[in-house]
Design a protein around this ligand. Structure first.
Ligand code: SAH
Length: 364
């Protein structure tokens, strides 16, 4: 089979250059050799397996509390008789499995919800099918296919996988960073000529940044935020976006490749390492808000999970399995400690304007 590098070389021979977003999209979701398309990048749970570990894989408490948040929000919405429960980029399906298990007893909730998973990867869809067992699920290829209905949308570490474009400030204005073919046949970065048209794409706070500043823009993320904002301006529901990144636009670059929990060169052996970039929460919130919904947060993941009762849940689990008490306390710290995931990871909620702040955001 042609390697992804060969495919990219052929594209570069034809097209001359790719944007960083084109490159990232190919590396992650090329139908045959994209990173997410080939198999299960998460590997065995635990520090040694896979390429990276996400919150739902650290502890069942994460998905359980998000499930409770969904059921709570459904009640605040007036318990719509039919409500989509949508997850974007569900990975192994762990979060959804934990969320469903934790909300089984909520009267009426299971009869109302209709689980939809937005997932590009056939390999991961298979993992999700296994994780969700008997539960009936509909898979969608992209957010635009979500049916029009009341909806609860959750996305954990989904937006950080969406392709970013990169721009560099020069004396003549913003210039786009491109991926080109170096004379030795390897991929390398190059800078396109500056263009005044780039300026409007840059977050306002960074537009006049000094020469040499690098800014990242995630067009797919902004489109999805605007889509959700538009839906939630017209229909009951809520969206919960959990990811890592700053609360205000910050100069980059933050695009990084991870393989086996270690940094990897972004352009080296494309398709074999995970690529992510920090999520620009302010720009997502702005795009969603401009489409007509209300914005809550972002707040730190730690504060959010504490407000939802992670302390109590950890105590319950430890009581049931005293031998695991240390591991449970460790997982809670990892998810909530400001030095660990508690502050770098943030939670943003989108709701219809009339709903008011959802659980966890009341004091935000
Ligand atoms: N939410 C999971 C997995 C995060 S990894 C967790 O927290 O463990 C990112 C997920 O998004 C994977 O399931 C990946 O296949 C999916 N994904 C990445 N790009 C996508 C895209 N453009 N459209 C749909 N799903 C995508």
């Amino acid at each position: 089979m042609q390697s992804l590098l060969d495919h990219l070389r052929a594209r570069l021979n034809r097209e001359g250059a790719l944007t960083v977003a084109d490159f990232m999209g190919e590396a992650l979701t090329h139908p045959l050799s994209g990173y997410y398309m080939r198999g299960d990048p998460f590997g065995a749970p635990g520090p040694a397996g896979g390429d990276f570990i996400t919150a739902p894989e650290i502890s069942q408490m994460f998905g359980e509390l998000i499930g409770v948040w969904c059921a709570e929000t459904w009640m605040r919405l007036g318990q719509p008789a039919h409500c989509l429960l949508v997850e974007l980029g569900p990975g192994r399906g762990t979060l959804m499995a934990d969320a469903l298990r934790a909300t089984r007893q909520v009267p009426g909730f299971f009869d109302a919800i209709d689980v939809h998973l937005v997932e590009v990867s056939p390999a991961l869809r298979e993992r999700q099918r296994e994780a969700l067992g008997a539960h009936e699920v509909t898979w969608l290829g992209n957010v635009g296919q979500i049916p029009e209905a009341p909806m609860l949308v959750i996305a954990n570490e989904f937006f950080d996988a969406l392709p970013v474009r990169q721009f560099e400030q020069t004396f003549e204005g913003w210039a786009e960073r491109l991926v080109v073919l170096a004379p030795d046949g390897n991929l390398s970065f190059a800078l396109a000529a500056p263009s005044p048209a780039n300026r409007v794409l840059i977050p306002t706070a960074l537009r006049d940044a000094p020469v040499g500043t690098l800014a990242e823009v995630c067009p797919a993320g902004l489109n999805i935020a605007a889509f959700l904002g538009h839906r939630l301006a017209r229909q009951p529901g809520a969206a919960l976006i959990v990811d890592y990144g700053p609360a205000t636009p910050t100069a980059g670059p933050t695009l990084q490749a991870l393989r086996r929990h270690r940094r990897h060169e972004v352009l080296e052996e494309p398709g074999t390492a995970d690529l992510t970039a920090h999520v620009d929460f302010a720009s997502l919130a702005q795009a969603a808000g401009a489409a007509g919904c209300a914005i809550h947060g972002p707040i730190g993941q730690g504060a959010f999970l504490e407000a939802l009762g992670i302390e109590l849940r950890a105590a319950q689990l430890a009581e049931r399995a005293p031998a695991a008490a240390g591991a449970i306390a460790g997982a809670r710290r990892r998810l909530t400690d400001p030095e660990q995931m508690g502050e770098l990871f943030k939670v943003l909620a989108l709701t219809p304007r009339e709903l008011g702040p959802p659980a966890g955001f009341e004091t935000a």
